[in-house]
Each structure stands twice: as C-alpha cells, then as structure tokens.
Design a protein around this ligand. Structure first.
Ligand code: ADP
Length: 502
C-alpha cells in the first residue's frame, strides 16, 4: 500500500507482451475488432491502464463462430486420432509450466491476486488441468449393448454407443481466476474434439490472451480455439445466442447465468453453468481449532473472498463460538493488504471499481441492518480497490449480508447449539448449493453432515482444495453440470446409439 516500491519486476517477455496491441484470435489470426474499438484494462492496485484490448462485438462473434464452425465441420481436429490430440493438450500443460513466472506476473498484475498465490495455485492448477485432460482424450468410450427387441425375435443385432463431440462451443468466463477458468473450460473442449469461441472477462483478459498464444504454439489447429475480448452485453450475449453454436458453458454470476439460459433457449442449445454460492462452513465444538480457525479464515479470505465457493456463512457451535470468532478476527486483522505484485502481500485489491462498489454496498447494508464488524467493514485507502477483511456478527437470516453472495472478503459468523436437523436446515437455507465445509474431530458426525448438505462439494477439515480429478459444481441455483474430473466430459459429448442388423 506504500507506493510501488518492492514490487516484483515484470519480466522482459511480460513487458513485451503488454506493449503489443491486444487483438482477438479468430481462425488462427489475431484480428482487431471489426469496429476498430478497444477498451482499457486496469491494474486494480492503483487503477492505472496496463493494456488496451479489442472491444469485440456481434460482428467479431459472427466471424469467430464461423471459424469454429469451419474447424469443426471441415478441419482436422475432431477427426484427428485421440492420441495426437492428447499430445497437443499435454504440450499446452508443459508450455504453461515453462512460462509459469510470466503467466503468474500477468495474472497478478491484471487480477490483483498475490503473485505467490498465482504461482503456486492458479498457474500450476491450469497446467495440471490440461495434462489431466490430455489423458482423457484416448479414454472416451462408448458401450456395446445386448438387445432383446421383442418384435424381431429372430434378428441379431450389434448395438453400441459412440461418444461424439457436441460441436461448436461458446464459453464465457469470469475474472476471479482468469487463467484457471480458461483452462477448466478449454481442457475438456480439446479432449472431446470440440471447437470453441471463448470470451474472457472484460476485467482480466490478459492471461487468456497469452494462453491462446500458448495453445497455438502447442499445435492446436487454426479455428479450434477462438478467443474474444469484450463486454457481457455486447459480446457475451450475441455469443450465447448465436444460432451456429451447439453448446454454451458459462461461469459467472447466477443473475447472468439465467440470462444465458434464456439466450440459449431459442434453439435449445445445450447449457452448463457454474454460478454463485453462499456456502456454509460448519465448525463443531469437537473440532481441532488449530485447524478450524485458519481453515475458516482461508475459506473466506482466499482470493479476497472472490470465490464462488467461499465459506461466507461460518456456523460455529456455541461452546467454541467466541474462540473461533476471536481467532478468525485475529487472522483477518493481521492479513497484509497490498498490490498483488508485492511478494509480501497476503491479500490484494478487489478486481475493479465495480466490485469495490458492490462489496462496499453490502458492508453499508450490513451495518444499517445491525450487523457488527469485529474487524474490517470498510475500504482501505483511497488508491486501488482494497477492502479490509471483515468478520460480521449479530446477523440474522433475513439480512442481505447473510443471504446474498457478496463476492468479497466478508464472512458472517453464526452460532448454533446442536448438530441436529435445525443446523442442517439452516445450513441448507440458501438458493445456492455450491460448496460447504465441516470441521470436526468426530469422523462419524462429519460424514453424516457431509451427506446431508445440499452442495456440490463438501470439504471436511479442509477448504478450497481443488484438483483436476475432483468434480466441481453446484446444486440448486449454483449451476448445471460439473467442471473437472471425468464428469466434465459429459458437458461436451453427445451419445449416439448405432444399431446394426447382422
Ligand atoms: P461479475 O458481475 O462478477 O463480473 P458476471 O456474471 O457479470 O460476473 O460476468 C461473468 C462473465 O459473463 C463475464 O465474461 C461477462 O462479460 C459475461 N457477461 C455479463 N453479462 C452477460 C450477458 N448478458 N450475456 C453473456 N455474457 C455476459
């Protein structure tokens, strides 16, 4: 927060990358927006412009979808041997590792996340995702099915299923994990032999652009990956509604998720969604507090609370409530805020002025409705989009801060008496169902709770553990379908039944 002293110096390659005009990738060529328009990308730690990127709109969407269509209908990609595709996908992972430091610098600069986190988590998880998906390219199999057709008793059939790529995919991603979200989306598209138009978030387009270059370098044929930079309404909306798109995969807010479903409805495109959350994290009185207190803090403060799965409702059993709230508050107070590129930073700025305004509004509403901040509760400084890590108590289930996704470093702490049906009811009392946490030394209780929580992921004695092999996604209004694991392949595959009369 004290100026730009002590920041990691950007590498020569990152400086060079930033100095080049930022265009869209369409059919293997880097093109300016058809309108010639660009928009500014900001460093969230100080609001300064770091790049100008193409402001793609409907005309660019049309070109990109046509390129993806051509690559799918006529190009080599869907017909290439699975092993050859797998090798290219593996190579993307290798190149990400090779460029780890550059990608981490770009991500930290653009999004504001601490460089150490970008290095250890975002970039590595992105590389691993591609390498995990590379293995799946050769393992997408159908079944043979014995038939007993009652009205042709004398006939013999050979019946089987083929798994085929769904076709041209439109993908729209958010700004909280820009590189990783692009990897989660592109990996399975490539493994299944689809082609894609990916729109990255307007706040954080840089690492996605660099990733698209890496994919080209790895040998992904022209037109298979098309990447657009642009705004939601003018670029995302025409992409989601495009008649030549077979499937839309979206990650972002539940509000926009509903718009995507409507946009895709006219021609019944397949849709998968990874949306918001208000996840309960439950600490039982038998929990190891040495684990539970830092666990509860990182559940909400990781990535500045800008995680769809953030543990934003912290339920704590009465006997240990004061101790846990005190412990989390102490951690929150000690968190070092600063620019992502400062190696000492533990929490960076929020991503944008808009996000700062949204979180500030929630803090204001919380205080008006009677919530008490044990720590935090306001913006930090005048420069950049910093918000203090905040622990709210004295909340109740009707408050906005209790019910709605804040997407910032703000947790509400809620006491409970017993591990009973009432606790389960309260924990599940949300329109969302993305994730949940349980901290307990009693493995039986933890398992029983895990089974009854209506959420796509339950972490027990840990939180925010991600792995390319572990499916992730939501119940209720947190989404449709799963990311990662072999489950994600379903999002991009059709099943064809073939029946041969022998
Ligand atoms: P946030 O509000 O946190 O930025 P959004 O859900 O608005 O989250 O954004 C996630 C992604 O959805 C971004 O890439 C954004 O440009 C895109 N988006 C926003 N509005 C629309 C829309 N109406 N149609 C398609 N995409 C959209």
């Amino acid at each position: 927060m004290d100026g730009d002293k002590g920041l990691v110096a950007l590498s020569a390659t990152v400086k060079h990358f930033l100095s080049q005009p930022k265009k869209a990738l369409i059919g293997g060529k880097w093109l300016a927006a058809q309108s010639g328009k660009t928009f500014d990308v900001h460093d969230p730690s100080n609001g300064q412009v770091i790049a100008k990127v193409a402001a793609c709109e409907k005309a660019d969407v049309d070109l990109a979808v046509a390129a993806a269509r051509k690559a799918f209908d006529q190009g080599p990609w869907p017909r290439m041997s699975p092993a050859a595709r797998g090798k290219i996908i593996w190579k993307i992972g290798e190149l990400i590792y090779h460029h780890l430091e550059d990608l981490a610098q770009l991500e930290s600069l653009d999004n504001g996340k601490p460089i150490a986190v970008a290095r250890a988590a975002d970039v590595v998880l992105a590389a691993d995702l591609f390498q995990y998906m590379a293995g799946w390219a050769t393992k997408i199999e159908g079944h043979t099915i014995p038939l007993s057709v009652p009205y042709t008793p004398d006939a013999e059939y050979h019946a089987f299923t083929r798994r085929e790529p769904v076709g041209v995919v439109a993908q729209i991603i958010p700004w909280n994990f820009p590189l990783l979200m692009a990897a989660w989306k592109l990996g399975p598209v490539l493994a299944t032999g689809c082609t894609v138009v990916l729109k990255v978030a307007e706040e954080t387009p840089l690492s996605g652009l660099r990733l698209a270059e890496i994919c080209q370098e790895a040998g992904v044929p022209d037109g298979v990956i098309n990447l657009l930079t642009g705004f939601g309404e003018t670029c995302g909306a025409p992409l989601a509604a495009h008649p030549q798109v077979n499937k839309v995969a979206f990650t972002g807010s539940t509000e926009v998720g509903k718009l995507i479903v409507r946009a895709a409805a006219d021609d019944l495109k397949k849709v998968t969604l990874e949306l918001g959350g208000k996840s309960p994290n439950i600490v039982l009185d038998d929990a190891d507090l040495e684990l539970a207190i830092p666990g509860a803090a990182s559940a909400i403060f990781f990535n500045h609370g800008q995680c769809c799965c953030a543990g934003s409702r912290l339920f704590v059993q009465e006997k240990v409530y004061d101790k846990v709230v005190e412990g989390v508050t102490k951690i929150a107070k000690a968190i070092k805020l600063g620019p992502g590129l400062d190696p000492n930073t533990e929490m960076g700025p929020l991503v944008s002025q808009l996000q700062l305004d949204r979180v500030s509004n929630y803090l204001q509403w919380g205080s008006e409705e009677g919530a008490k901040a044990m720590t935090g509760g306001k913006r930090r400084g005048e420069r950049g989009y910093f918000v203090e890590p905040t622990v709210l108590v004295n909340t109740h289930a009707d408050m906005k801060v209790y019910r709605e996704e804040i997407f910032g470093p703000v947790v509400v702490a809620i006491p409970f008496k017993e591990v009973d049906d009432e606790l389960i009811r309260r924990a599940n009392d949300s329109v969302y169902g993305l994730a949940a946490g349980v901290f307990s030394a009693n493995i039986g209780k933890a398992h029983r709770l895990a089974a009854r929580l209506r959420a796509g992921t339950v972490w027990v004695n840990c939180y925010n553990i991600f792995d390319a092999a572990l499916p992730f996604g939501g119940y209720k209004q947190s989404g449709w379908g799963r990311e990662m694991g072999h489950q994600v392949l379903e999002n991009y595959l059709e099943t064809k039944a073939v029946c041969v009369n022998l």
